[in-house]
Each structure stands twice: as C-alpha cells, then as structure tokens.
Design a protein around this ligand. Structure first.
Ligand code: GDP
Ligand code: MG
Length: 281
C-alpha cells in the first residue's frame, strides 16, 4: 500500500520549507474539490522508500471555523495518513502545541518536527526535547528546516513510526468535573450505538458536540438523529449548568483546559526561559 505522510502545523511554522526540501521538484499542486484551498503533494524518495507527502493548509485549531481547518481534519480522518508530521515552531512552543494536542485528541498518529531551533536558541529558550516527547508520548525531532539540520533524523523517525505503528491512545485531557461527566455520558451513548465510530473516536465526537462544531452536528444528524438529539440534550444540560454557575460556555472551558494542559508541561520543565532564573540556576 502507498504510504502517505501529512505535514500539518500553524501558519509560518516552516511546513512548506520542509515540504520543498523533502520533495524537491517532485511536486503537484491542485485544489481540494469544490473549494479554493490549495492541495500540495509531492514524493519523498530515500533508501528505497517512496512516500507521498501532503502539505496541509496552515491552521491554529481543529474546529471547523475555516475551510483550511475543515480540510486538514477531513484529510486526516478520511485519508488516514500513516503519520501526521506536526511542524511546531520551537520559539512559540506553547501556542503551537495547542494544535498538536488536538491531533492527539483526535487519535491521529503524530510526530513533532520541532522546527526553528535556531530561533529558539537565539532567544535563549531551552527545550527539554526528551521530556517533551515522553510527557506527550510521541516522537519529537528538533530541526532547522531552513538549513536542513535534523531532516534525516526526522524522516528516519517518521518512517520507523509508519512501519511500526506504535500504540498511541487518543489523548484524554480532563475538562473539569462538569464536562468530564458530560463526556462520560456522551461516550457511553456513542459506544452503545456505534454513532460515527467508523470516522471518529467516541471522545472526539463528544468533544466536538460540546464545542458546538457545525460540521460534526451536520454529519451526526445525517448518521442518526435520535442519538444526535440525545447528545445535544446532554450538551444543553452541561451548558446551562456552566452558564448558571460560572457564566461560561463548554467551548471556553475546553480551550482553558487545553492551555492548562500545555502550561503543566511547561511547569514540568519542558521549557526554560532565559529570565526564569529559578529554573536555570
Ligand atoms: P509555512 O507557512 O508553515 O509553510 O512556513 P514556511 O515554510 O513558508 O516558513 C515560514 C518562514 O520561516 C520562511 O521565511 C522560512 O524561510 C522560515 N523558516 C522555516 N524554517 C526555519 C528555521 O528552521 N529557521 C529559521 N530561522 N527560519 C525558518
Ligand atoms: Mg506553507
């Protein structure tokens, strides 16, 4: 079977630089059907390996607020690439990890290309790469795409990962008692009915319902309106409660907890800032 690796990441994280250096002139640029988002694919060849590389549009999140976000996540669920190489700007690690953890929640096989290591170093940032990798449970390879440093290590890791398909359970962040309870109830409902389980992992579907994601709601209504209504009523109950007690929404609580999860990585020593004397000395 043909091996496909998708390059994903925030805009300006260096995806295209990596894509060009991997595929050279073996590129094809088209459009995704029916929309103006560019589809760039190319062939990577090395040591008898021939891999189809897709340069996905740059995005910050996996909601469906833009065509780019919808394209990226549909590509991952529908084409099931052997690996998603998530290009992360090391000099903006926390912001970039917001997308990374969503790939992990989705259950996509992910490897981080920790790019712009030269910029991070100039800024005096120290990133504990092995610690980041072990806390997230995915490979992290430091690179400088502009010079090609780390490219070989990245592709060796990527190919190894595609071949061995290491067990990677979807990341399950706690969203606080209220939403965790709602998620639990929704996941039971989804598991017992098999609702959308051919496309998404149950927790991801439940999260998307809580976020009020229009693409999933539409798919859900087509797949089985009874289950969908049941999920919506669980969401409504949780939303009413959050509104009454904290004046907030499920979507906002989810975003807060994602950032909280990322901050906890930082507190565990993944990044040391130059002015953070306590950590350095
Ligand atoms: P994309 O939006 O993710 O496709 O990002 P690009 O590949 O277009 O890169 C954005 C900018 O960052 C370009 O000016 C690149 O030359 C630059 N760039 C990419 N990788 C690196 C890197 O490792 N170090 C430095 N200093 N610049 C880089
Ligand atoms: Mg680009």
């Amino acid at each position: 079977m043909e091996t496909v690796i998708a390059l994903a990441g925030n805009p300006n994280s260096g995806k295209t630089t990596i894509f060009n250096s991997l595929t050279g002139a073996r590129q094809h640029v088209g459009n995704y059907p029916g929309i103006t988002v560019e589809k760039k694919q190319g062939l990577y060849k090395n040591n008898g390996n021939s891999i189809n590389i897709i340069d996905l549009p740059g995005i910050y999140s996996l909601s469906a607020y833009s065509q780019e976000e919808a394209v990226a996540r549909d590509f991952i669920t529908d084409s099931k690439p052997g690996l998603v190489i998530d290009t992360v700007d090391a000099s903006n690690l926390q912001r970039n990890l917001y997308l990374t953890i969503q790939f992990m929640e989705m259950g996509a096989p992910v490897c981080i290309a920790l790019n712009m290591m030269d910029v991070a170093e100039k800024q005096g940032l120290k990133i504990d790469v092995p610690k980041l990798s072990s806390l997230l449970g995915i490979p992290v390879v430091p690179i400088i795409a502009r010079t090609g440093k780390g490219k070989k290590e990245l592709m060796d890791t990527a190919i190894e990962s595609v071949k061995t398909k290491p067990e990677q359970k979807p990341l399950a962040i706690s969203y606080g008692e209220d939403l965790d309870n709602a998620l639990f109830e929704m996941i039971q409902e989804i598991n017992s009915s098999g609702f959308l389980t051919d496309r998404y992992n149950p927790r991801w579907t439940a999260l998307k319902y809580l976020e009020g994601d229009e693409l999933i709601l539409k798919l859900g209504n087509e797949a089985g309106s009874q289950v969908s209504e049941k999920l919506c009523s669980i969401v409504q109950k949780a939303a009413d409660h959050l509104h009454k007690t904290l004046g907030t929404t499920p979507e906002a609580v989810i975003a807060d907890h994602r950032y909280g999860y990322i901050n906890s990585l930082v507190r565990q020593g993944v990044i040391q800032y130059p002015d953070d004397k306590e950590r350095i000395y």
